[in-house]
Design a protein around this ligand. Structure first.
Ligand code: C5P
Length: 219
């Protein structure tokens, strides 16, 4: 990258899934690979940003020049983010944070003594919304993985979570998203939108970051 468009900018990004413990050996999670978030972290560092990557459990190596902090559960990820957000200029929430966690984590392995098992779940904190609600919030970008009515739900989240921008992807298409190396995104902000057609996640990451940088400079 000859163009260090993000030189000196402090950028924090969450990536990957979270794991919500049921007992010492079991958890509830999702299919996020972390590839999109890691690609953004890598490209942002190449563009000169000082990158902090708050990562859920993934099998990816930390991109060069990126400061990685590991978190397992949504609660841990929330603490890792909120404890370091004060210094940041841009925040990108790319992690597939579990919306709920088991209310009670059993101390010992649960035995299969019953035909049914009920796990009561309670809501996790919304990391992205909490960052955007800060009085000195950074430029905040969210992701929306949707299977239908993509624009409606993406714009709904943009407004409800008070984001500067949201990147939506259609996860009903198996050729893009989750574990794929390719993705396509549509960016939405209050007065506009932009389609970034299917391409490699690293290519998409640099296109996304160029748009984020432009909007961040304009605000
Ligand atoms: O509401 P929904 O989960 O679809 O919103 C997705 C966006 O919110 C993503 O950017 C995700 O990283 C973020 N999020 C979060 N904390 C949560 C749930 C979602 O940061 N508990």
């Amino acid at each position: 990258f000859a163009d260090k468009a993000l030189q000196g900018v402090k950028l924090m990004i969450t990536a990957g899934p979270t794991r919500e413990a049921i007992d010492p050996v079991r958890y509830i999670s999702n299919h996020s690979s972390g590839k999109m978030g890691y690609a953004i972290a890598e490209q942002a560092a190449k563009m000169g940003a000082q990158v902090t990557l708050i990562s859920g459990p993934v099998s990816l190596t930390c991109p060069q020049g990126v400061d990685r902090i590991n978190a397992t559960s949504a609660t841990e990820m929330h603490e890792a983010v909120m404890g370091r957000i004060g210094q940041q200029d841009i925040f990108i929430g790319c992690a597939a944070v579990a919306d709920y966690r088991p209310e009670i984590v059993a101390d010992a392995k649960i035995k299969k003594n019953n035909d049914q098992m009920v796990v009561t779940m309670v809501k996790n904190p919304d990391i992205l919304a909490d960052v955007a609600a800060l009085s000195d919030a950074p430029f905040t970008v969210g992701f929306a993985a949707e299977t239908h009515d993509v624009e409606k739900y993406a714009r709904g989240k943009l407004e409800k979570k008070k984001l500067n921008m949201i990147a939506a992807n259609d996860v009903s298409d198996p050729s893009i998203g989750f574990n794929s190396d390719q993705n396509a995104l549509t960016l939405y902000w209050t007065n506009g939108s932009l389609l970034l057609p299917a391409t490699s996640k690293s290519n998409l990451a640099s296109q996304l970051l160029m748009q984020v940088n432009q909007a961040y400079r304009k605000q």
